[in-house]
Design a protein around this ligand. Structure first.
Ligand SMILES: Cc1cc2nc3c(=O)[nH]c(=O)nc-3n(C[C@H](O)[C@H](O)[C@H](O)COP(=O)(O)OP(=O)(O)OC[C@H]3O[C@@H](n4cnc5c(N)ncnc54)[C@H](O)[C@@H]3O)c2cc1C
Length: 284
């Protein structure tokens, strides 16, 4: 049976509080429920009959950005708590397909302190990365409050007042680290309503194995599209990739990754112009 498959981007401006993180059967043996193991000395006040917990800094989202911010703030002596809508750190990674490996090189994919173990390989798997985030939060004793989604923020005096799905909180400093790719962008094309084979967005893609011996059209040749196409080919699907423009991607050699620390020390226009010139000369 043919299967239509969409690669595609995500809406950078939206987030999805309360999103369920882990698929059944993909729950990792995480150890992150450690907030209760750490002493909670946060002052509390009562406002309108409700207890409001006060913190120096609150971070919303326990993805890589939120955990990195928590490490940095704690290291500088700020009393910090992270609130997370789901029940795990790195929750967004757990919603992604089983075959996913980081496309960024392991040594370049670390947060503060120790990186991922060499045994994870050059491009660690999705589950390795989530386990690593879990390890970072444990090692740095980051307090993460799970199943607590931010619902509303208000500025009152010199404090941020947060309404959450559990109870109100307030803090002097607030970091929003809720991610940028939670909401899929699914273009609308004429005829979609009557297209009967499977038609999904890349965010709904779970595993290539389900597409063995099937015809799959992948629309879009960005990171997700090309990665998914590769897994489908390995799984035995017949794959066609549709690109809007003439070849807009090419193989990037490992030397480009090794050079990346060097590039990061330059203004962004230098690596950007250089890569554009190299792509034009290589792919037209
Ligand atoms: C298929 C794919 C492959 C990728 N591969 C790589 C890669 O190899 N290397 C790389 O560097 N990047 C990669 N990326 C990009 C990477 O996933 C993101 O850049 C990174 O995860 C962003 O981290 P973040 O902490 O900003 O957000 P997220 O990881 O999205 O974390 C946001 C967190 O906030 C929580 N949250 C959201 N709303 C609320 C709320 N209202 N209240 C409380 N909590 C909330 C979410 O549950 C989530 O845990 C990939 C992306 C995709 C889609």
């Amino acid at each position: 049976m043919p299967a239509g498959l969409l690669g595609g981007g995500a809406n950078p401006s939206n987030n999805e509080p309360g999103r369920s993180p882990a698929r059944p059967g993909h729950v990792l043996p995480l150890t992150t429920r450690h907030e209760s193991q750490l002493p909670d000395r946060s002052p509390r006040s009562v406002e309108g009959g409700r207890e409001v917990e006060r913190h120096e800094a609150i971070i919303v989202g326990a993805g890589s950005a939120g955990l990195a911010a928590a490490c940095a703030l704690s290291k500088r002596g700020f009393e910090t708590v992270v609130i997370e809508a789901s029940n795990s750190v790195g929750a967004r990674w757990l919603t992604r397909y089983a075959e996913l490996r980081l496309n960024s090189w392991r040594p370049m994919s670390k947060l503060q302190g120790k990186g991922m173990s060499r045994s994870c390989g050059r491009n660690p798997s999705r589950d390795d990365f989530v386990a690593y985030l879990d390890d970072v939060s444990t090692r740095h004793r980051i307090r993460v409050r799970f199943e607590t989604a931010l619902v509303q923020v208000q500025r009152t005096g010199d404090l941020w007042r947060l309404e959450t799905s559990t109870h109100p909180l307030c803090a002097r400093y607030l970091v929003i680290a809720t991610g940028w790719d939670a909401v899929p962008v699914f273009p609308q094309w004429p005829g979609m309503e009557t297209f009967t084979p499977e038609l999904i967005h890349s965010s709904e893609f779970r595993s290539a194995l389900a597409y063995r011996d099937r015809d799959v059209l992948v629309v879009g040749a960005g990171n997700s599209g090309i990665d998914i196409a590769g897994h489908l080919v390995h799984a035995g699907a017949r794959v066609t990739v549709s690109m809007r423009h003439a070849p807009n991607c090419r193989r990037v050699s490992s030397s480009a990754f090794r050079a990346s620390p060097f590039w990061f020390s330059w203004p962004i226009t230098c690596p950007s112009n250089s890569l554009t010139a190299s792509c034009r000369s290589g792919s037209g």
